[in-house]
Design a protein around this ligand. Structure first.
Ligand SMILES: [Zn+2]
Ligand SMILES: [Zn+2]
Length: 344
């Protein structure tokens, strides 16, 4: 009698499961909107509708900080001597991106890691493409990129990751970054993005990737450093070395009660170079200079500094400054480039 009851319960359970599957639309549950739908073949875990809502920075108006809109920040006098060459960001920090990044960073939803890393990888590919073209046409012009959702899947096993489809437009030189209006160049815009695949040229690649550290207090609270996770994910996909360069001495997130100049002063003291890391940098530099012995002294070590959000750029600037100060005193020429997931 008891066995029969169990069998009936199992049967009812299986039947209801089958009915549910028949009634539910095909696909899987989207990580970000929670609906059951066909998942994006490109971005891990999300539906195609959510993928279409990613606010890519499609064209850059400020070549210094990678902003898509007019940028008063970079024209301020104290910003002129920033420690990094340029910043690029994958997406605009809108409400949707705030939610996605918050789910990962503050709520610890690890399933967001592959998604957010895939956005960063796309931005890195575009940055690499852009800087390769800048090196090619370094005479006067730089290049602006546009992101697109019609992209090949991000596959960490591919090296280098497939470049995304892009259109190109020439913009004003880097010096005129502050209010540079994007001007399209018909010839460049008509260029077949696949031509880069057909004529593979050496792409810009940093010599190492590093990241903005969090304080021990923050690390204990969150259990991980989101910038470090993003950096290691990117580095693994692009087979770049990761260097644990910096330490955070002061937690600078709760500074709202301070004046602007006090905040800048605090930021100057917030970071330091990790002990013994200079040996790693020297090794990387000797390795690079060795392979370019003729140009050894004109071949700075190029470091890519990763963070999740670029707001004023002061955190990245402070990190870059600490690296430059340490490397100058060790006679290692270094150039800093920065890449973030979002630009606010
Ligand atoms: Zn969705
Ligand atoms: Zn700017």
């Amino acid at each position: 009698m008891f066995n029969q009851l169990n069998n009936i319960t199992d049967f009812v359970h299986q039947l209801s499961h089958r009915i549910h599957n028949l009634l539910a639309p095909p696909g899987a549950t989207c990580l970000t909107c929670g609906t059951r739908a066909a998942l994006s073949p490109t971005y891990p875990g999300i539906c195609t509708r959510c993928a279409q809502q990613i606010p890519w920075i499609r064209s850059i108006r400020c070549l210094r900080c990678g902003r898509a809109i007019g940028c008063p920040d970079c024209s301020r006098p104290h910003m002129a001597n920033r420690s990094f060459i340029c910043n690029r960001s994958a997406v605009q920090y809108n409400a949707l991106m705030k939610e996605w990044i918050g789910m990962y960073k503050f709520r610890g939803h690890e399933r967001y890691a592959p998604l957010l890393t895939s956005l960063l990888i796309q931005a890195f590919q575009a940055m690499s493409e852009e800087l390769s073209l800048v090196a090619e046409n370094e005479t006067q012009a730089s290049v602006v990129y546009s992101a697109t959702s019609a992209l090949p899947p991000v596959d960490a096993s591919i090296h280098p990751p497939s470049p995304r489809a892009s259109t190109y437009a020439r913009v004003q030189p880097l010096d005129a970054h502050a209010s540079a209006a994007v001007r399209t160049n018909p010839q460049a815009a008509n260029r077949d993005p696949k031509s880069l695949l057909q004529n593979p040229k050496p792409r810009w690649r940093p010599d190492a990737v590093t990241y903005v550290p969090v304080s021990n207090e923050r690390l204990a609270e969150r259990g991980f450093n989101q910038a470090e996770r993003l950096a290691t994910g990117l580095a693994a996909a692009c087979r770049l070395p990761v260097v644990d360069l910096l330490q955070r001495r002061i937690n600078t997130t709760k500074q709202s009660f301070k004046t602007r100049s006090e905040r800048i002063e605090t930021m100057k003291e917030a970071f330091s170079i990790s002990p013994s890391v200079m040996d790693t940098l020297r090794y990387l530099y000797i390795d690079k200079a060795g392979s370019n012995s003729v140009r050894a002294h004109s071949c700075p070590l190029q470091l890519l500094l990763i963070d999740d959000i670029y707001t004023t750029g002061s955190t990245l600037d402070a990190c870059g400054r600490v690296i430059l100060n340490a490397t100058v005193s060790s006679d290692i020429p270094v150039e800093i480039y920065t890449l973030t997931l979002a630009r606010s």
